[in-house]
Design a protein around this ligand. Structure first.
Ligand SMILES: Nc1ncnc2c1ncn2[C@@H]1O[C@H](COP(=O)(O)OP(=O)(O)OP(=O)(O)O)[C@@H](O)[C@H]1O
Ligand SMILES: [Mg+2]
Length: 267
């Protein structure tokens, strides 16, 4: 038991907050990582929807989908992002379909421009506790992965002054889960990792809290459910079967070797 009171932000995901002593500590920078289709975006949308409910200032940066796609996906869970935008509770910064005529868009994936735009959005939303989703932050350094750590640090340092609690999505290749861990995961105050596996012919999704500073978090992997009209739900803890989520050793070694060549130009 600790008696230092830490303010925690609910994620809005049914069953998730209790894995982390009630929520994400205010001001944290949390990495949300996982392969395609594992639920990262829906988890982040839920966090934003909860922010709208609680009267926080909310900013969602999208690089993988357009603003319209995010609004549509949210509406399938009964979350009205369009209304929140109209009411000045949410800004969605579109970095995919960005056009110069739209003030809430980014026309290049440049970290300095990103930070400036997020601060502009915060000023427009006004003073107070804020939530930020960067989906996906890794998109900002796809062409220069060696800069990931430096950029992550810069973003964390600058934006924490603006009262943001941040979820930063990192898409990683199979290799990163085995030790590459560029950038966000090291800088992050927390890591929420999503996984998927085909078990008995059916796609299953899982989540595990790998790191949450200042928190006696749950150490188990849980099955995740995505339900139309409801959102994301955490089910029961699951037995980790290595063979469900990991490629054969020989394949992994080949991938790591080729990645290393790519990044470090080993002769
Ligand atoms: N209305 C819905 N009802 C049930 N499941 C849904 C619904 N909408 C989306 N899903 C599920 O959610 C998945 C997409 O999840 P999400 O967009 O959060 O993945 P992601 O981890 O962000 O992937 P990526 O890295 O490709 O962006 C879909 O593939 C689908 O299985
Ligand atoms: Mg996504």
């Amino acid at each position: 038991m600790n008696n230092v009171r830490i303010e925690r932000l609910s994620t809005g995901v049914e069953g998730f907050d209790k894995l982390i002593e009630g929520g994400i500590p205010r001001g944290f920078f949390v990495a949300v990582v996982g392969e395609p289709g594992t639920g990262k975006t829906i988890f982040c949308m839920s966090f934003i929807n909860q922010g709208i409910i609680e009267g926080d200032k909310n900013v969602y940066v999208t690089t993988e989908e357009s603003r319209e796609s995010i609004i549509k996906q949210a509406s399938l869970f009964g979350w009205d992002f369009e209304k929140a935008i109209d009411e000045g509770k949410l800004v969605i910064i579109d970095a995919l379909m960005g056009s110069p005529g739209d003030i809430w868009s980014l026309t290049s994936l440049n970290v300095e421009d990103l930070v400036a735009k997020v601060i502009e959005a915060k000023k427009a939303l006004g003073y107070g506790r804020a939530r930020l989703v960067l989906d996906a932050l890794s998109a900002f350094w796809l062409d220069k992965p060696a800069m990931a750590r430096k950029y992550s640090y810069f973003i964390k340092r600058v934006l924490s002054r603006w009262d943001f609690t941040i979820l930063a999505v990192s898409q990683y290749a199979v290799t990163t889960s085995l030790g590459f861990g560029f950038g966000i995961e090291h800088i992050g105050d927390g890591i929420v990792r999503f996984r998927k596996a085909i078990v008995k012919g059916e796609l299953k999704r899982y989540v595990i809290v790998e790191k949450m500073r200042q928190t006696n978090h749950d150490l188990r992997m849980y099955e995740v459910e995505i339900v139309e009209g409801v959102g994301m739900r955490i089910k029961k803890p699951t037995v980790y079967r290595k063979e469900d989520t990991v490629l054969p050793r020989s394949v992994v070694e080949k991938i790591i070797e080729s990645e290393e060549r790519k990044y470090y130009e080993i002769p």
